[in-house]
Design a protein around this ligand. Structure first.
Ligand code: PMP
Ligand code: GLN
Length: 385
């Protein structure tokens, strides 16, 4: 008999854990889980090492070290032109994952409804389940993965408490347009709902304007903006994130955060503060570098015969695998890992109805050229006619 509570039982084990383990067992080249094959910048790592020796290693304040909250406010001002008060509007969390959990648990009552946009990052529906709330969702569909505003208008109602918006979007790579965000904002205002926006890929957008829901008209008052260190500084293991929101919403995030993790390790907070204060060139170079990797992988997959959906953001790309003869994404990925020696993510795990993702496969390009080229060689040999 399983002892897993009903809040988690239907979600099984994380697809990322499963695929990473399967890739290691099979000796496959891993274009699955989104972790870079390189380590983060020396400036950031050294600041964390220095902090261990020179700063306190005892409990930091639960809301986050002032040095980090001030650095987050300063970067937010550069990126958005908006002011956020480090004392009352910024909370440091254990990665964006905890920021999501704290925000949903802090704001949502049992019986409320939370709107999700599919495909969704796997922790979203679990957070909703933990809060005892109900998921209502809409689906982004290929080839353009546009936000279906009419469908969205049908799922919003007076029970809607929150919509979780992820842009740049994992796994499609969409960066939602200002018009799409205005459509979402309009529904939030009409139904008195709150937008929780996951912007962990905020510095990875390519040839496209990145608009944020918090800066749409009338939305600052009803938005919680989330991000983290992992992607921006290639330090996915640091699990240091934050929530930016007006005081009345920050209060709810903090109410949950103080009992979920209480506080976040000191050294990572010092390191992240140093990273956020880095010159603008760091952020510009990151974007340029990822754009090159994106184009390299897209061209390679295209010549293997995949129909690639070129991402506007993130370090992921979706492709259609149906030209290669397997039925589902899960079968296709099993074939890739076991017979071809390349790991990827089957996107059906990001949908309520797995058949919505069955034709797709997700590849990550946060990988060095040798890793990507080895994967492309194997795909070419194993799949191309
Ligand atoms: N949101 C999205 C969309 C992600 O892809 C990830 C991947 N790590 C996270 C949140 C989690 O971020 P963190 O590692 O900071 O918890
Ligand atoms: N965000 C990463 C991805 O989408 C995975 C994070 C995790 O393993 N939970 O690949």
């Amino acid at each position: 008999m399983s002892h897993v509570s009903s809040r988690f039982a239907s979600f099984g084990s994380s697809v990322f854990t499963e695929i990473t383990a399967a890739a290691r067992r099979a000796g496959a080249v891993d274009l699955g889980q989104g972790y870079p094959t390189w380590e983060g910048p020396d400036l950031v790592k050294q600041a964390a090492v220095d902090a261990i020796w020179e700063q306190s290693n005892q409990y930091p304040p639960p809301t986050g070290l002032p040095v980090l909250r001030e650095a987050i406010a300063s970067r937010w001002k550069i990126d958005t032109g908006m002011e956020a008060d480090p004392d009352t509007e910024i909370t440091v969390t254990s990665g964006c994952t905890e920021a999501l959990a704290a925000t949903v648990l802090g704001l949502v009552e049992p019986g409320d409804e939370v709107v999700l946009i599919e495909p969704f990052y796997d922790s979203y529906p679990v957070c909703v389940s933990m809060a005892g709330a109900r998921v209502r969702s809409v689906v982004l569909r290929p080839p353009d993965f546009a936000v279906p505003l009419d469908d969205l208008a049908r799922v919003f109602n007076d029970m809607t408490k929150v919509i979780i918006v992820n842009s740049p979007h994992n796994p499609t790579g969409r960066v939602f347009s200002p018009e799409e965000l205005d459509g979402i904002a309009d529904l939030c205002r009409r139904h008195d709902a709150i937008a929780v926006t996951d912007e962990v890929y905020e510095h990875m957008t390519y040839d496209t304007e990145f608009a944020r829901i918090a800066s749409r008209e009338g939305m600052w008052e009803r938005t919680v903006s989330l991000s983290s260190t992992g992607k921006t500084f290639s330090l996915t293991g640091w699990k240091t994130g934050w929530a930016i929101a007006p005081p009345h919403l920050t209060e709810a995030v903090r109410a949950a955060h103080q009992f979920l993790t209480y506080t976040v390790p000191n050294p990572m907070q010092w390191g992240t503060a140093a990273g956020l204060r880095a010159d603008q060139t760091y952020f510009d170079d990151l974007r340029t570098d990822y754009k090159r990797r994106r184009d390299h992988l897209a061209a390679g997959l295209g010549s293997v015969g995949f129909n690639v959906f070129l991402p506007q953001g993130t370090y992921f790309m979706l492709a259609d695998h149906t030209g290669f003869g397997t039925r589902t994404d899960v079968e296709f990925v099993r074939h890739l890992i076991e017979d071809i020696g390349v790991a990827a993510i089957p996107p059906s795990f990001f949908y309520t109805d797995p058949s919505d993702g069955a034709d797709l496969v997700r590849f990550a390009f946060c990988k060095d050229d040798k890793t990507m080229d080895t994967a492309l060689d194997r795909l070419q040999e194993g799949l191309a006619e």
